[in-house]
Write a protein that binds this ligand. Structure first.
Ligand SMILES: [Zn+2]
Length: 429
């Protein structure tokens, strides 16, 4: 779509700090004007508004900005340090291979150092700004190999980018707690340093009893320190894995209702229907949200089924060019586009579902309470290049404008010049 206008000063007496004009909104007919003041949406209406700064949506779709439910932010851009043996093992979908891949991938931690982790993580956060990602559940390995080398730069970036890209930093004991003596003390230290979320990976422990103990200790810590929990659960092709259930049950026991996230949970995709329904019932009681990343493996959570059961399910980027996934731009539209295929969600309802899963539903999963395009909601918006969700998803381009906390923080265009006689007129002869 041609877009002639740029942010400009308005000659009328402005009534809002920022106005997004001529917007198409999801689920509403007509064109809309959005007024923004002090980081909040203060007006949504059909009548013209004036602002100190105005962004012309030119009829294109405007929505809430994106939310990334899961990212290993300390490992971004590390694939070239490791080689792809771990990648081959992880994507084969076998439990033994998944465990093996984690062991192979841990080679990157032989020289884990904040001095090279920080610029990598910064690059991925800048990509978040470009693509309109406003909130990220950002995992940092905290274990006896990584020590605090990953979590410290992420905590610094969190402070630096607050209000533009909000990082919820997860202290994540990637190699287990009972398998990796010393990891628990490091997680406690990371929480004292300010990590927002207590992590976990119970399925990796050697027995169910130890998995239980892993979940119990981390939930106890989260409850004691007023933190949320986020765990990688049941991340292998084995339907006997039950650590998602353990997490939900522990949230109920430790007064963490509505404050937990289950990531990966691939094994749930192999559950028989009665087991799935039982888990969904428990997850609902516990207020447990899910994050799936169907582009990173051959097996995934049954996203559509759980959503239909009333469970909030987000999508996550999971990895950017690391030992588990070789691509990734921190573009949540790309993740939704890939998920639309993996989940066979290409009809209108499916497209709505995957878009929600990288925006409003993902905000719910992460406990972000005001991520709504309505009066009173946070002024975190993306202005796209097309009016329909289908076109936006098909192109999965960086938004024309990204507004964070009521301020324009990024704008993107894409242009092609044809260099062949009359190609610009649509003919080649
Ligand atoms: Zn992951």
């Amino acid at each position: 779509m041609a877009r002639a206008s740029r942010p400009r000063l308005n000659r009328r007496v402005p009534t809002h700090q920022l106005v997004v004009a001529d917007a198409t909104l999801r689920g509403r007919d007509g064109r809309w004007q959005i007024g923004v003041d002090d980081g909040r949406i203060t007006a949504v209406g059909a009548d013209p508004l004036s602002g100190h700064e105005e962004l012309d949506a030119a009829g294109a779709l405007v929505t809430e900005s994106f939310v990334n439910g899961h990212l290993h932010l300390d490992k971004v851009y590390t694939l070239d340090r490791i080689g792809d043996a771990a990648l081959t093992a992880y994507t084969s979908g076998e439990m033994g291979s998944a465990l093996h891949s984690i062991e192979l991938a841990s080679a990157v931690k032989d020289d884990y150092d904040r001095s090279w982790i920080e610029p990598n993580a910064r690059r991925a956060v800048l990509e978040a700004v470009r693509y309109g990602v406003r909130h990220v559940l950002a995992f940092a390995d905290v274990d006896t190999k990584a020590r605090l080398e990953g979590v410290i730069p992420l905590l610094a970036l969190r402070e630096e980018f607050r209000g533009v890209v909000d990082l919820q930093v997860v202290a994540f004991p990637q190699d287990g707690l009972l398998r990796d003596p010393g990891a628990e003390e490091l997680v406690r230290e990371a929480v004292e340093l300010g990590a927002d979320v207590v992590g976990g990976i119970p399925w990796i422990e050697h027995t169910d009893a130890e998995a239980h103990e892993h979940v119990r200790r981390m939930c106890e810590l989260a409850a004691a320190r007023g933190r949320r929990v986020a765990m990688l659960v049941d991340d292998a092709g084995d339907p006997s894995l039950r650590t998602t259930e353990m997490l939900a049950a522990a949230m109920l026991q430790h007064d963490l209702v509505g404050r937990g996230v289950a990531n990966h949970a691939r094994a749930v995709g192999l559950y028989a229907r009665p087991s799935l329904e039982r888990l969904a019932g428990l997850a609902k009681r516990a207020g447990l949200g899910f994050v799936s990343d169907p582009h990173t493996g051959p097996l995934h959570l049954p996203v559509r089924e759980l959503t239909a059961m009333g469970i909030p399910v987000a999508l996550g980027q999971d990895d950017v060019e690391d030992a588990y996934y070789p691509f990734g731009r921190h573009n949540m539209l790309e993740i939704a586009f890939l998920a639309a295929h993996a989940l066979e969600a290409v009809d209108t309802a499916g497209i709505d579902l995957v878009y929600d899963a990288v925006s409003t539903t993902a905000a719910t999963v992460l406990g972000v309470g005001d991520h709504w395009l309505e009066v009173g909601g946070s002024a975190d918006l993306v202005v796209h290049h097309h009016p329909s969700l289908r076109e936006v998803l098909a192109e999965h381009a960086a938004p024309a404008y990204v507004v964070a906390s009521g301020r324009l923080v990024a704008s993107s265009t894409s242009t092609t010049t044809f260099h062949h006689d009359r190609l610009d007129e649509g003919v080649i002869a």
